[in-house]
Design a protein around this ligand. Structure first.
Ligand SMILES: Nc1ncnc2c1ncn2[C@@H]1O[C@H](COP(=O)(O)OP(=O)(O)OP(=O)(O)O)[C@@H](O)[C@H]1O
Length: 839
């Protein structure tokens, strides 16, 4: 009986009971030894803290209620607030009320602190030379992976007091609880079978009741583990996504530079941010349970088996793990690398689809479906064959894994469970019981049965834990692949953000990103270029292509500039340099500080329409909140649209709050006029308009230019249309000289320009004077052509339906008159143009 009761209470249960006893006794003795005053004081402080807690709780509840009500009001008018510390408070509808969400921006100091991790990885990790990380390091289970994973962890769990740490802790607690429950279940299983074999009905029923109770608790634990795993995954993803967004979309224009200048992550940043990040977070959260839980299980179950089966079994188990791990590691394919390449291929395929959707209209006009299908199928084929390759590799690995982990481990388990029976001296507690029970046969068999069932269950759990540990080698390799992709994205973003292109001890190429020596001065009331080469950059580390050797000019408020020249000479390049998209390789560029109101505004060549309402299109890049702050009303917007000749839009589209795919709804000219509406809304001091009226009729074009000028906006127009000269003061002509790399900057309407027009007119007059000669020649040719020659040199008479010679002569005269009239008209137009320029 005594032996049985010892068996019933497990060592763990005993340890817990002893622990509780020890500490309750300690508290009781402490209480007994305290003085009355101390006890009184303690009671008082407890009462005060309860009252203060209740008062605080009431205040918190009241504040929450007020906030909720305020939030509800805010939802109706403006659902987001900008706080002083740069964070944003958003009120989102939740159930019946409103939920407040505060979005904290990542502080610049955090980026500075992380730069070391992402841009200067330790040499030992093999990630680059300690100055610039290399994206080429093969993803796998190596030191590079450890460094990358820990670096990402510092973003995902920024502090020990953060929510993520709390989630991981509670996840860990549930994992431990499940291990403990598995132990209890294994023991209970043994007991139930023993009671069944012994025919002890009462104990058997009691065992079953305990089994059901335990089952309910275990199911709850399992559900919580899954729930917390998903919570951890989404919490990681939220941290990383916000961090990446703060680094990607900021004033440094990293979203443009990442794919246009750096090229470290190719063109598919979207794939990195959406899919790879999700997979990484899911794998990282899963790793905690797929590696942490089996590890705890292994320790606990090994200890238990060591106690019941003895040291021999323990040694057997340990050597088995090492053997299995080394076999699987040696024979497992490089899953990390395979997953990283798969991610890239998935990204390429997806971006092709995204391209097609974005350019559906153009493709449809060309009827380019077949060609696009070919591109898509080709990309898919490459992805498919890569994935098939992975599946093929997995067959061999899965076979090996299954055989080793399921069958050979079971056989090995039976062998170890038999140790107390066949080798009791080496069989630990089981062996001792075996020897003690040798007297009674029935009791001995029941004891063996119980021990075997308990050990078998422990062994099964152990095999499961060991199996999961071994399976997680594969998970770990896959995680290494995702980690490498996410790390590459963040380190590239850091490189772009910090302009970290200086290669230690290496010669940089001319006009590469490590050769940027120019200055951009923000806060100048005008636009100035001083000895600035206009260079089209190439992806780092290659050098760019020089379009203009050195450009110098100044434009002040009220002096409008037209930049003209043939296609591809670098007109838009000047705007890109001014906007900070392209680097200033040499010299000085000065411009106003702000973009938008009272600053400078750029209208790009391809009109852009954002997602959102009709109102959002006019006020872009402002939001509704900014519009209210600027005290602009919808009447103001209506007036602006009328000035841009788009006054009919709100009625046509069904009001300001209509949401549509505006890029498909508005015509080419309407899109350009919407651009002008934005300029009129923001009223910047300077506006750079890149081919902003190419699809607008000339009367509206004139009206738009005049309106902007009336509002005091200084215009810098990029266009090939000479007719725009009349609205500008200066003309920068690009593409001169033999190589097309010279430029001229001149005032419009100068003596020289007048002379040029005079010369052109003279030229035309001279040509018109020759009209009579051309007329006579034309008659002659027509006469020749009208004759039909037959063999022998005679000519046939014209058929009767051919007009008589006199009629024809008259007609020729009429045509001559037309030509003369046309000539006069051309002269008149030219004269008018000269007048306008003189004005
Ligand atoms: N992102 C880029 N990266 C590298 N080179 C570029 C890039 N964009 C344009 N270029 C090149 O720079 C040169 C100048 O381009 P830009 O757009 O300034 O021409 P443009 O004078 O405005 O022509 P257009 O009148 O056709 O608009 C072109 O040869 C073009 O191929």
């Amino acid at each position: 009986m005594a032996a049985q009761s010892t068996l019933r209470h497990s060592a763990a249960e005993e340890a817990i009971a002893a622990f509780i006893d020890k500490y309750s006794n300690l508290v009781r003795t402490k209480l007994r030894n305290t003085s009355r005053t101390t006890r009184l004081l303690a009671t008082l402080s407890l009462a005060i803290s309860i009252i203060a807690g209740a008062a605080g709780g009431r205040r918190w509840w009241k504040k929450r209620r007020e906030e909720r009500e305020q939030g509800r009001k805010l939802v109706r008018t403006n659902s987001s607030l900008f706080n002083k510390d740069g964070s944003r408070t958003i009120y989102v509808p939740y159930k019946d009320g409103t939920s407040k969400v505060v979005i904290q921006n990542t502080k610049p100091m955090t980026f500075d602190a992380h730069r070391r991790l992402f841009l200067n990885p330790p040499r030992v990790s093999g990630l680059g030379d300690g100055t610039v990380p290399s994206a080429q390091t093969k993803p796998g289970l190596n030191l590079a992976f450890l460094h990358q994973f820990l670096s990402l962890m510092s973003i995902m769990i920024p502090r020990w007091s953060s929510k993520e740490a709390g989630l991981l802790l509670s996840h860990g607690m549930f994992l431990l609880l499940r291990t403990y429950l598995s132990l209890v279940v294994a023991r209970l299983d043994g007991e139930i079978v023993r009671d069944l074999v012994a025919g002890q009905g009462k104990n058997f029923i009691w065992g079953l009741i305990k089994w059901c109770g335990l089952g309910g608790f275990a199911s709850y634990t399992n559900a919580m583990i899954k729930f917390l795993e998903s919570k951890v995954s989404i919490a990681f993803r939220t941290r990383l996504t916000r961090y990446i967004h703060d680094l990607y979309l900021n004033d440094n224009l990293n979203y443009y530079k990442l794919s246009n200048l750096d090229g470290g992550v190719g063109q598919g940043a979207d794939q990195f941010i959406t899919q790879d990040l999700t997979l990484f977070c899911a794998a990282a959260a899963n790793l905690y349970s797929s590696l942490g839980k089996p590890f705890v299980d292994l320790c606990v179950f090994n200890y238990q088996l060591y106690r019941s089966l003895g040291p021999l079994a323990f040694m057997g188990l340990t050597s088995n793990y090492f053997l299995t791990a080394s076999i699987l590691r040696r024979l497992s394919p490089p899953f990390g690398k395979l997953k990283a390449v798969e991610g890239r291929k998935e990204g390429d395929f997806r971006s092709l689809h995204a391209r097609l959707i974005a350019n559906a209209e153009e493709v449809a006009f060309y009827g380019g479906a077949d060609m696009e299908k070919q591109f898509l199928n080709k990309e898919f084929k490459s992805l498919k064959s890569w994935m098939e390759g992975i599946y093929m590799l997995k067959i061999r690995y899965n076979m090996l894994e299954d055989f080793v982990l399921k069958y050979s481990w079971s056989a090995y388990g039976y062998l170890l469970s038999s140790l107390p029976v066949f080798l009791p001296a080496w069989g630990g507690q089981g062996g001792q019981q075996e020897m003690a029970q040798r007297s009674g046969k029935g009791g001995r068999e029941r004891g063996r049965m119980k021990s075997f069932i308990t050990n078998k269950r422990l062994m099964l759990s152990l095999a499961d834990a060991g199996g999961r540990m071994m399976y997680s080698i594969k998970d770990l390799s896959e995680l290494a692949g995702y980690t490498s992709r996410v790390y590459t994205l963040i380190s590239t973003l850091h490189r772009v953000h910090a302009n970290a292109y200086h290669l230690r001890g290496q010669q940089s190429e001319l006009y590469s990103l490590s050769d940027v020596q120019g200055t951009i001065q923000k806060g100048f009331d005008g636009v100035r270029f001083e000895n600035v080469p206009v260079v089209a950059p190439s992806l780092w580390p290659q050098g760019g292509e020089e379009l203009l050797e050195s450009l110098s000019m100044v434009i002040r408020r009220g002096e409008h500039l037209l930049i003209s020249g043939s296609n591809g000479v670098g007109k838009s390049a000047i705007a890109r340099i001014l906007a900070g998209l392209w680097p200033v390789y040499r010299g000085l560029v000065s411009r106003p500080k702000d973009i938008g109101q009272d600053g400078i505004m750029f209208l790009p060549q391809r009109p852009y329409l954002s997602i959102g309402t009709l109102r959002d299109q006019v006020i872009y890049p402002d939001g509704h909140g900014d519009m209210r702050e600027k005290r602009k009303t919808e009447d103001d917007l209506k007036r602006i649209l009328e000035e841009a000749r788009l006054g009919y839009l709100p009625d046509r589209e069904g009001g300001w709050d209509t949401r549509k795919e505006w890029k498909d709804v508005l015509s080419g000219g309407e899109k350009q006029r919407m651009g002008f509406a934005r300029v009129l809304y923001h009223e910047p001091h300077y506006a750079i308009i890149d081919e902003g009226t190419s699809a607008v009729s000339s009367d509206v074009e004139g009206h738009l230019y005049e309106t902007c000028k009336e509002k005091g906006i200084t215009l810098i127009t990029i266009s090939t249309r000479a007719s725009l000269k009349r609205y500008h003061t200066f003309n920068l002509i690009l593409g001169g000289g033999e190589n097309g790399d010279e430029w001229e900057f001149e005032r419009i309407g100068t003596e020289r320009e007048k002379l040029q027009v005079e010369k052109e007119l003279q030229d035309l007059r001279e040509r018109l004077a020759q009209v009579e000669t051309w007329k006579a020649r034309k008659d002659e040719i027509e006469r020749e052509l009208a004759q039909v020659w037959v063999d022998g040199g005679d000519s046939l008479n014209p058929p009767p339906y051919v007009e008589s010679k006199e009629d024809k002569g008259e007609e020729v005269e009429e045509k001559g008159k037309d030509v003369v009239t046309m000539g006069e008209e051309t002269q008149q137009v030219q004269a008018e143009e000269v007048d306008t320029k003189e004005e």
